[in-house]
Design a protein around this ligand. Structure first.
Ligand SMILES: [Zn+2]
Length: 467
């Protein structure tokens, strides 16, 4: 027969089992929470840079394996073209760990040069941006000066010459910031087909159609008066050099056309000095529309004998009255027959004429002049009041002036000589008065014909060489 265990025995067995298992569970619990099992502080992972970096690299390699980057197609770069600096993508490049970046930044701070101290802003910057006094004056004022030079006796119609103010009407006083536009009723009623009898003070002058600002124009003219080169003037006036060069050529040609032919010595009380000089100048390019039929001029070209036009040592003959004006002439050669008409026109008979003892001047005493010479060959340069040193001094100034323009063509040499003569005769005036004189000369020249000559490269016809 099978005996079933009693309830008391089952309870006893469970109690025994619990007594056996309880210490094990208690022991495991205490093992898990024992603080001595914690790693030491120096080994903690978030403080160990080397392990952090290793773990970070492992993570990075795992991510690359799981998600490989697609290869970008290679693009050919155009030669000579700078590559567009594309921002480096964070996923494709390896960013620097924070602690390394901090170390690098610290090293950079230690080696970097200190930034330069900030300069204080220029308190005169707005004044320096200007070109001088001319930018501080109203355009209207400059136009008024120009109009007064053009019409010293009031407005005058350039088409019919009408001066009566009742027939001339100022129809647009604000035209070009103060230049003004007039209308002549005589021309308007006569049926002027073009502009209805209207005109400005610049109509018919070489400044007709001038597009530069009046201030810029004034600056360029002042540069010309002060003897500056056109490139230098262009930089000062802040215009293209061709603008100033074209205006310079117009001014020079106008001076040449209006040069004085009045006699400088009228009687025996006047003392005149005569001399000649040779300026080395050849043909350059297609100057004056002339064809170059020989090799171009070389530096250091030494030719024997007296200079002539053909030997590229162009003679310039000069007559000067002491304490007076000077007259200069570019000649093909210096011979008695060349200079005889010039002396007769410029010096009245009876005047005292002093020259060197060059044989071409021997006719002077036969023509009724009180002629005296100094012998340079014998070392004699002055004998009392007999000398031509004033004229020699003028040549020194002329050579200096020609040198400013760095090798001019002999075709244009008469223009430059006329320019020199014009300003030499006004050498005791200041820049303002010389500018007024120049504008007065320029505004009375027939502008259209001169502009065509200057632009058509036919200046050689405008300034033929004498002799
Ligand atoms: Zn008119």
């Amino acid at each position: 027969m099978v005996r079933t265990p009693g309830l008391g025995r089952i309870v006893l067995a469970l109690a025994l089992l619990a007594i056996l298992l309880l210490p094990q569970s208690l022991e495991r619990h205490t093992e898990m929470w024992d603080p001595r099992l914690m790693p030491p502080a120096r080994c903690r992972q978030h403080r160990n840079p080397r392990r952090n970096l290793e773990r970070w690299l492992r993570r990075w390699a795992r991510r690359q394996r799981q998600r490989p980057q697609p290869k970008r197609p290679r693009r050919r770069r155009a030669k000579g073209k700078r590559p567009v600096s594309a921002p480096v993508r964070a996923q494709s490049a390896l960013p620097m760990p924070l602690h390394l970046a901090r170390r690098k930044a610290k090293a950079q701070r230690a080696t970097a040069t200190p930034p330069p101290p900030l300069e204080p802003p220029d308190p005169l910057a707005d004044l320096r941006a200007r070109r001088g006094w001319v930018d501080c004056i109203l355009r209207l004022e400059l136009w008024r000066v120009l109009v007064r030079i053009r019409w010293p006796h009031g407005p005058r119609c350039p088409h019919c010459g009408e001066k009566d103010p009742q027939y001339l009407e100022l129809i647009d006083p604000t035209y070009r910031d103060g230049l003004g536009r007039w209308q002549c009723r005589v021309c308007a009623e006569a049926g002027d087909p073009g502009e209805g009898g209207t005109f400005t003070p610049l109509t018919g002058t070489i400044l007709d159609g001038m597009r530069v600002d009046i201030r810029t124009f004034w600056l360029i003219v002042e540069g010309f008066v002060e003897g500056k080169a056109s490139v230098e003037t262009a930089e000062e006036a802040r215009v293209n050099r061709h603008t100033s060069d074209r205006l310079f050529r117009l001014l020079r040609a106008a001076i040449y056309q209006t040069r004085s032919t009045e006699p400088i010595a009228l009687g025996p009380e006047d003392v005149v000095e005569g001399d000649e000089v040779y300026i080395t100048a050849g043909l350059k390019g297609q100057a004056g529309g002339q064809v170059l039929d020989r090799p171009p001029r070389r530096r250091g070209l030494k030719r024997r004998g007296r200079g002539t036009w053909d030997s590229d040592k162009v003679p310039v003959f000069g007559l000067l009255r002491r304490d007076g004006e000077v007259r200069l002439f570019v000649l093909r050669n210096v011979q008695t027959e060349t200079i005889l008409p010039i002396v007769k026109q410029m010096v009245r008979q009876g005047a005292r004429v002093y020259t060197d003892n060059y044989s071409i001047y021997h006719f002077l005493s036969q023509e009724g002049y009180q002629h005296a010479t100094v012998n340079h060959n014998a070392g004699e340069y002055a004998r009392g009041e007999v000398h031509c040193n004033t004229m020699e001094c003028t040549w020194s100034w002329l050579r200096q002036m020609v040198r400013t323009y760095r090798g001019i063509s002999k075709v244009y040499l008469p223009l430059y000589v006329a320019q020199f003569e014009f300003f030499y005769n006004r050498r005791h005036k200041n820049t303002w008065n010389r500018t007024l004189d120049l504008l007065a000369v320029v505004l009375q020249v027939d502008g259209k014909a001169l502009q065509e000559c200057v632009e058509g490269r036919h200046l050689a016809k405008v300034c033929p060489v004498a002799g």
